[in-house]
Design a protein around this ligand. Structure first.
Ligand SMILES: [Zn+2]
Ligand SMILES: [Zn+2]
Length: 731
C-alpha cells in the first residue's frame, strides 16, 4: 500500500516532536489539512512544540480527546528522503528520533512568521534641494538600475550618512520597502572563472564531473598530496552540480579554514555560498535553513551538522580532509559525518567526494575493496615537490635537560634565517608545560574534577584542565606538602618551546600558532595571513598548523617530538601519527622553493617513523591493514564503546558488571564484551567513567543486539549511558 501523502482536516496524523518521548503522538490534521512531512506546531501539555507530520496516526486513543495541530509552518515540508535519512542515522547510532529531529532543525525561529527588513530603491520624486551627498545617492541607485539596497549598503556605497538616505525617503526620491529577511543567496555561476588545470588535475576533474552527471550515487576517494590542487579539482565537480541545477555541500573540518575557502569559491563562481557552522549568527542560520529547503542556496560550506540541512535537491557532498577526527564528535548525537555523508548520498542519489592527502584507513580499505572509486593526484601544483624527510636521532644529540631543540635542528633553522626563509617548529601540545611537579614531594598538580593533570598556560598565567576547561592560578606552595617555591614545569608545550626558541634566536621574529591564543576565528585567520605574508621568521605551532593553511615562504618543518602520538593504547595511534606527520611535513616547500622536514625521534627504527620517512604510504597502509585484519578490529570488524558515568563510583561499576554478566543478546550474534574498565580519563567534571567495549564481526547485526542488551537495564538516578558505534578513540 502506498503511504498516504495528504491528510484532510480532522484525519489522524502521527507527529514526531523534538521532545524526549519514546513515540510519535497522534493529532488531528488542522483546518485545510496537511501534507506528510509538514512542519507543524502542536500543543503538548501547556506548551507549543515543533513537530513533523510523519504519517498516518495510530488511532489507539479516544478520538474525541485527540488534540488538533495548531498550525502548519511556513517552511518547505520535510522530504521523504530526509525522513528516511534521519531514521537510518537513528538506527545506526542508536539515537532516539526526537534527538535526530533536533539535529535537523537546529535553526531558531522556524515557527516565526518571516521577519521583514527595509530595503531602498530609486523613487519617482525630485529632491527639494540638491547637495553633493544627495546626488551621490541618486547616482548610486541609477548606476545599479532597479536594484535595491539595505540602508547600510546604500549609505556605504554612496559615502553618505544614513540620515541623508532617510531625508530622501521623506521626499519620495528614494523608496523604502519591506522585504522578507530570509532572502535567497546570490546565484553562483559555474562558468564564472574556470582555472587552468594541469593534465593530472583536468583528468581528475573529468572523472568527477562524469560521476555528478550520472545522477546516481557513488563515492570517490580523491587522494592528492598536499599542494596537488585537490580543491580546484573538486570545485569542478561542484560546477557540474550547479549546471545540473542541483545543490552541493562541502564539509570542512575546522571553522578557521572557512574564510579562506569562501574566498576561493567566490573567485571560482562569482558569489559567496552559504556558510553553516557554530560561528554563524542565529538569523543567518534560519535564513540558510529555509533557503536550502527552497533551493535558494546552491552551495553550502559547513561543519558536520550541515549534513542535516533540508536540501531540496542535493547532488554532491565533498568531505574535505576526510581523515580528520573532528568529523566524529558529540553533537548530542554521536555520528561520523564522513560515513553519514555516504549514507545520505546513497539515499538521495548524490555523489560523494572524500578528499585527503592522507586518507583514513577506513576509506583506503573501501577503495581497495572496490566500494569507492579511486582518484589520485600525484604532481604538486606548480614546481613545488614534496619535502625531503629525515630523522634526527635524539639518542645521539647533545642536549641539556629542559631543552628540546636539538643542535642539528638549530643548524637547519640558522640556514633558513640566513636565506630569509621561514621555519616551523611543531609540537602537538598546547600551553607551557604538560605537567607541574613539586620538587620537594613529587606531587603533580591535577584537576579537582577530572583525573587529568593541569597544564600550565604562561600567557594566561594559569593552570588549565584540557578535559573540562577548569582553570586556577599557579599556586605559590605545593598543595600537598605546602613547601613554597618548589613547583616546576616538566616537559614542553608550545609556549615553552617559544621561550627556548627566543633564547637561541633573539633577533628572529617568532609567531606562536595555537588555537587558544586567538580570541576568535577571525583573529586567528588574520594571524595566519600575516605569517603567510612573511610576518615571522620562525613559526611555533600546534596541530592547528597541520590543517590546510598555506605558508608559501616556509621551507623547513622541525617536528619536536615525533614519538608523542605513538604512546598510548589507541587503535588508531599509528594511523594518526602517520597522517599528522605527513600533513605537517607537507607545509614545507609549497611554492617554488624545495622544503625539508626533520623529525626528532628517540626511535628512528620504529615501523611508523620509518614509513613516514620513506614516504612509502602504500606499504604503511598495507601493514596497518594486515594488523587490524588479524585483530578483527575496524575497518575489518565492528566495535562499539559504552561509556557509563555517574558521580557515584560504586554505582557505575555495579552497572558495568551487571551489563558484562548479562551479555546474552551479544553472545547471540557472536560478539564479545570487554570490561568494565575505568575509561582512560576515569573522571571528568566530577563524574566517574567506566568503559565497556563490544567487538563483533563485520557482518554482525550489532545495533539490534546492542539495543536489546542495554535495554535490559533501567538507568537509575544520575547515571548516564552512551553508546558510541565505530568509536574513533577510546576515551
Ligand atoms: Zn610538594
Ligand atoms: Zn578537569
Amino acid at each position: 500500500m502506498d503511504e498516504q501523502d495528504f491528510f484532510g482536516e480532522g484525519e489522524l496524523v502521527a507527529v514526531l516532536t523534538t521532545q524526549p518521548l519514546d513515540r510519535k503522538l497522534d493529532y488531528k490534521a488542522p483546518e485545510g489539512g496537511c501534507f506528510r512531512g509538514a512542519f507543524v506546531e502542536v500543543p503538548l501539555g501547556p506548551r507549543k512544540v515543533l513537530g513533523v507530520v510523519w504519517g498516518k496516526g495510530r488511532g489507539d486513543f479516544d478520538y474525541s480527546k485527540v488534540r488538533s495541530v495548531n498550525r502548519v509552518l511556513d517552511v518547505a515540508p520535510m522530504r521523504d528522503e530526509m525522513r528516511g535519512f534521519l531514521e537510518r542515522v537513528s538506527e545506526y547510532t542508536l539515537t532516539p528520533m526526537h534527538a535526530m529531529l533536533r539535529l535537523a532543525t537546529r535553526a531558531p525561529g522556524l515557527s516565526d512568521p518571516p521577519s521583514m527588513r527595509k530595503i531602498y530603491r530609486l523613487g519617482e520624486g525630485e529632491p527639494s534641494r540638491q547637495t553633493d551627498a544627495r546626488k551621490r545617492v541618486v547616482e548610486t541607485l541609477t548606476e545599479y538600475g532597479g536594484l535595491a539596497f539595505t540602508l547600510k549598503e546604500l549609505s556605504d556605497m554612496a559615502g553618505v550618512t544614513s540620515s541623508v538616505v532617510k531625508g530622501l525617503v521623506k521626499q519620495g526620491v528614494v523608496r523604502e520597502e519591506d522585504t522578507p529577511r530570509d532572502v535567497p543567496f546570490f546565484r553562483l555561476d559555474p562558468e564564472h572563472a574556470g582555472k587552468d588545470l594541469t593534465a593530472d588535475q583536468a583528468a581528475g576533474a573529468d572523472a568527477l564531473r562524469a560521476g555528478v552527471r550520472s545522477g546516481k550515487y557513488g563515492t570517490t576517494l580523491l587522494r592528492g598530496v598536499t599542494g596537488s590542487g585537490k580543491t580546484e579539482v573538486y570545485l569542478e565537480a561542484v560546477a557540474e552540480c550547479l549546471r545540473m541545477g542541483r545543490q552541493a555541500l562541502v564539509l570542512l573540518p575546522e571553522i578557521a579554514l572557512t574564510a579562506e575557502f569562501l574566498t576561493r569559491v567566490e573567485a571560482r563562481f562569482g558569489s559567496k555560498p552559504a556558510e553553516w557552522h557554530s560561528g554563524v549568527t542565529m538569523t543567518e542560520r534560519r535564513r540558510i535553513w529555509k533557503m536550502v529547503g527552497q533551493g535558494g542556496a546552491q552551495v553550502v560550506i559547513g561543519a558536520r551538522s550541515a549534513l542535516f540541512l533540508p536540501y531540496q535537491n542535493l547532488g554532491l557532498i565533498v568531505v574535505d580532509e576526510e581523515h580528520d577526527t573532528s568529523y566524529k564528535q558529540d553533537d548530542g548525537v554521536l555520528y561520523n559525518a564522513r560515513d553519514m555523508a555516504v549514507l545520505r548520498a546513497s539515499i538521495c542519489g548524490a555523489r560523494v567526494v572524500l578528499a585527503s592527502a592522507t586518507p583514513s584507513l577506513e576509506s583506503w580499505a573501501n577503495a581497495e575493496a572496490g566500494k569507492y572509486e579511486k582518484l589520485e593526484l600525484t604532481s604538486r601544483f606548480g614546481e613545488a615537490v614534496l619535502p625531503e624527510m629525515k630523522a634526527i636521532d635524539m639518542r645521539v644529540e647533545d642536549l641539556p635537560g629542559s631543552c628540546w631543540i636539538s643542535p642539528s635542528l638549530q643548524r637547519a633553522v640558522n640556514t633558513r634565517l640566513d636565506k630569509g626563509e621561514q621555519s616551523l617548529l611543531f609540537i602537538n601540545r598546547r600551553g607551557y608545560a604538560p605537567v607541574t611537579i613539586c620538587r620537594a614531594c613529587g606531587h603533580q598538580i591535577g584537576c579537582d574534577h577530572c583525573d587529568a593533570r593541569m597544564v600550565e598556560h604562561r600567557f594566561l598565567k594559569r593552570l588549565v584542565c584540557h578535559q573540562c576547561g577548569e582553570t586556577k592560578p599557579m599556586p605559590e606552595e605545593c598543595p600537598s606538602c605546602h613547601v613554597e617555591g618548589k613547583l616546576a614545569p616538566v616537559g614542553p608545550g608550545v609556549e615553552r618551546l617559544a621561550e627556548e626558541a627566543q633564547t637561541h634566536w633573539p633577533e628572529a621574529r617568532l609567531a606562536v600558532l595555537s588555537s587558544d591564543l586567538f580570541g576568535s576565528a577571525r583573529a586567528l585567520k588574520e594571524g595566519i595571513n600575516t605569517i603567510a605574508e612573511g610576518g615571522a621568521d620562525i613559526i611555533i605551532g600546534t596541530q592547528l598548523v597541520a590543517k590546510g593553511h598555506n605558508f608559501p615562504l616556509l621551507t623547513l618543518v622541525g617536528v619536536i617530538d615525533a614519538d608523542l602520538g605513538l604512546q598510548g593504547s589507541d587503535l588508531r595511534a599509528a594511523e594518526r601519527t602517520f597522517q599528522l606527520m605527513r600533513q605537517v611535513a607537507g607545509r614545507a616547500g609549497r611554492s617554488e622553493k624545495k622544503g625539508q622536514a626533520l623529525l626528532q625521534t628517540f626511535q628512528p627504527e620504529h615501523p611508523v617513523i620509518r614509513a613516514i620517512l620513506s614516504g612509502d604510504e602504500l606499504g604503511f597502509w598495507k601493514t596497518e591493514a594486515d594488523e587490524r585484519r588479524h585483530a578483527g578490529v575496524p575497518p575489518f570488524g565492528r566495535m562499539a564503546g559504552i561509556i557509563l558515568s555517574s558521580p557515584d563510583v560504586q554505582q557505575v561499576f555495579d552497572l558495568g558488571n551487571a551489563l558484562a554478566r548479562s551479555d546474552g543478546p551479544l553472545r547471540a550474534i557472536g560478539a564479545q564484551v570487554f570490561g568494565p574498565a575505568p575509561a582512560p580519563i576515569a573522571r571528568v567534571r566530577g563524574r566517574h567513567r567506566v568503559r565497556l567495549l563490544v567487538k563483533a564481526e563485520k557482518s554482525a547485526p550489532i545495533q539490534a543486539a546492542l539495543a536489546q542488551w542495554v535495554g535490559q537495564f533501567k538507568l537509575k538516578g544520575d547515571i548516564r549511558l552512551s553508546v558510541d558505534i565505530d568509536p574513533q578513540s577510546f576515551y
